[in-house]
Design a protein around this ligand. Structure first.
Ligand code: GAL
Length: 628
């Protein structure tokens, strides 16, 4: 049993002599697994149907000889030049109708039948070639679906979108009803008249935008499924994954996670952002929640990235701290982008486990040290964190809230709202799950729904059945799953549960604040009429702002500080400077501050074997239950 340690390995960018040095240094650093071949389609299949596996055979054999396992990519993330030149329709088209050129990566239309069948042939050939290779540990399908290309607006995609709509609505009357096409004269008489939401003179039908988001997530998922199907046939025992991109609105990760064997994530907290550890922790908790299982950090930056405006490196100790934070939140290992720092291309300034300057460097020493420490934590593998608090997250609602322009305020951003609630819980060391909307919540004591703009009658039922304390944020229960306003207005199917009716939405101009108890409301307020709820806090003019109805608390505004509401919900633990995160019997204590912090309990650190009383800046200790 070991925790996984390694990174993306791109041997095709290096001469073979370098490979020998690579595997020797990997062994020195304690690397256990590398991801190989992510962007290597044009090297594996240089001409249509002609494959060159010699180099990859040698790489896999070299790795295996050193006991290093391989997360083998299906190489489908960048179609080769011959494919896009022979079939320009493979290249994606943007919402303005411009076809995007070859010369970067991930330049494909997810709906292109030519692309899809070329991918299937490629994947089958790779799978047949390596199905019995002893180094093969996991399949890495494509790469970061949704990166660069989330949607394609070409004619092929339009056809695919129409098919998707037809299976959702059966007939055009169903679509007209769902999309409310009586508004602005959009009544369709046949599916062939429907297009993707390309650039139009004014705001596009919001229901069309919503379905486009759903379709785009599904179209990419179909690409994943096509590859998975081939891999299942050829190598049924090898797990499949695709690397997620931390919390993001584009793909419905609840649906995606069900399709893969292991959730893996690429996480790039910004070293320049003092709150980055807090923001990334939410993503890690999402990854852990997606399958309620351990997950794997498949990519992270050893130091600086190369894609921000200013790419700040990680201070000494920061790579270790960031990495062990992921393990604390359920990752069964730490992997990086990438093994060896590139010599050319857009990522030549991106940090790597082995930097340009070689092994006489801080970076290399920290790489080796981390490998050693992960070996000491091997027994943590597979342990799970169980949380009593859940935050609801629903992708359709997120899309409906943010995809359209014609809202009372375009300032409501779901990620900000999630963080508002997550941050005080994080600061109190309270474990948080993310949970999908509409499923049973019975294992939780407290459930927080920062925003349920979209809430169907069935979804409301799951909240009604919930026996613990429920907090619902503003602008909730507004629309059904076609983005149509519920009869009687907000909070629609939540009206009885919350005991309030929203008479008016009252967004605030940028920068304006109004007091609500000890906190400030900003961005959004509402005019409420209470039916069965009682007020807990009011706006400055005395109108109710926060209410309680039985176990359900309604917060009708965005607050700069939600701790009073959490206190009302029973969260009374004090804030702490250290991040204290439990994973099974292990307690990770992480110091993200610049000063030493006392540990609130005694214990022996698994990493140093020493009794600890304080944690130095940017340091981490891990204490096993029974050793406190
Ligand atoms: C990821 C991508 C990698 C690499 C990395 C750099 O988004 O999957 O291939 O580009 O970013 O940070």
């Amino acid at each position: 049993m070991t925790l996984i340690f390694g990174g993306d390995y791109n041997p095709e960018q290096w001469p073979e002599a370098t490979w020998l040095e690579d595997v020797a240094l990997m062994a020195e650093a304690g690397v256990t697994m590398v991801t190989v071949g992510v962007f290597s389609w044009s090297r594996l299949e240089p001409k249509p149907g002609e494959f060159d596996f010699g180099w990859l055979d040698r790489v896999l054999d070299l790795l295996h000889a050193k006991g290093i396992e391989v997360d083998l990519a299906t190489a489908s993330a960048t179609p080769p030049p011959w494919l896009v030149r022979d079939h320009p329709s493979v290249l994606p088209v943007d919402a303005n109708g411009t076809r995007l050129e070859f010369g970067s990566r991930q330049s494909y239309c997810p709906s292109s039948p030519v692309f899809r069948s070329a991918v299937q042939r490629l994947v089958r050939t790779i799978a047949e070639r390596y199905k019995d290779h002893p180094a093969l540990k996991m399949w890495h399908i494509s790469n970061e679906y949704g990166d660069h290309i989330v949607s394609c607006w070409c004619d092929e995609s339009a056809k695919h979108f129409r098919d998707w709509l037809q299976s959702r609505y059966r007939d055009i009357a169903g679509l007209n009803q769902a999309w409310g096409t009586s508004c602005w004269g959009q009544h369709y008489t046949g599916f062939e008249q429907v297009n993707p939401p390309r650039k139009a003179p004014g705001p596009v039908n919001p229901a069309q935008l919503l379905d486009w988001k759903r379709f785009s997530s599904d179209a990419l998922l179909e690409c994943f499924e096509l590859e998975k199907q081939v891999l299942r046939e050829v190598t049924p025992a090898i797990p499949v994954t695709t690397n997620f991109m931390s919390i993001m609105s584009e793909l419905d990760y609840w649906k995606w996670a069900q399709a893969e064997d292991l959730v893996t994530d690429d996480a790039y907290p910004d070293p320049a952002d003092p709150k980055s550890h807090l923001k990334i922790a939410l993503s890690y908790d999402l990854m852990r929640s997606l399958k309620q299982q351990s997950w794997l950090l498949l990519e992270s930056a050893p130091s600086a990235v190369s894609w921000r405006e200013v790419n700040v490196p990680k201070r000494p100790g920061k790579m270790r701290l960031d990495s062990l934070q992921a393990v604390a939140h359920g990752s069964d290992g730490v992997m990086f982008f990438q093994w060896r720092q590139a010599k050319y291309g857009p990522e030549k300034f991106h940090s790597a486990m082995l930097p340009h300057a070689g092994t006489q460097t801080r970076q290399w020493r920290e790489t080796v040290h981390l490998g050693q420490e992960l070996r000491k934590l091997a027994e943590v593998k597979g342990h799970h964190t169980s949380a009593e608090v859940a935050i609801l997250l629903d992708w359709s609602s997120w899309w409906a809230l943010e995809a359209q322009e014609s809202m009372p305020s375009n300032r409501l951003k779901l990620k900000d709202m999630l963080h508002t609630w997550y941050e005080p819980l994080f600061r109190r060391g309270i474990a948080v799950d993310l949970a999908p909307h509409g499923r049973s919540l019975e294992s939780y004591q407290l459930v927080i729904a920062p925003s349920l703009y979209m809430c169907t009658i069935e979804q409301a039922k799951a909240l009604q059945d919930f026996k613990g304390t429920l907090i619902v944020g503003p602008f909730s229960g507004v629309v059904d799953d076609n983005d149509q306003i519920h009869d009687g207005g907000a909070p629609g199917p939540l009206t009885e549960l919350l005991g309030v009716t929203v008479e008016e939405f009252w967004p605030l101009p940028d920068g304006q604040r109004t007091k609500v108890g000890t906190a400030n409301a900003h961005t959004w307020t509402e005019v409420l009429r209470l039916t069965t709820a009682r007020p807990l806090a009011s706006y400055e003019d005395g109108r109710p702002a926060i209410t309680r109805n039985g176990n359900a608390i309604y917060v009708s505004c965005l607050l700069d500080d939600v701790t009073p509401v959490l206190r009302e919900a029973g969260i009374t633990a004090p804030e702490q400077e250290l991040e204290i995160c439990r994973r099974g019997p292990y307690t990770f204590v992480l110091n993200h501050t610049n000063a030493s912090q006392p540990v609130p309990f005694r214990g022996t650190d698994m990493l140093t074997g020493r009794e600890v009383t304080e944690v130095p800046p940017l340091d981490v200790i891990v204490i096993k239950e029974g050793q406190q």
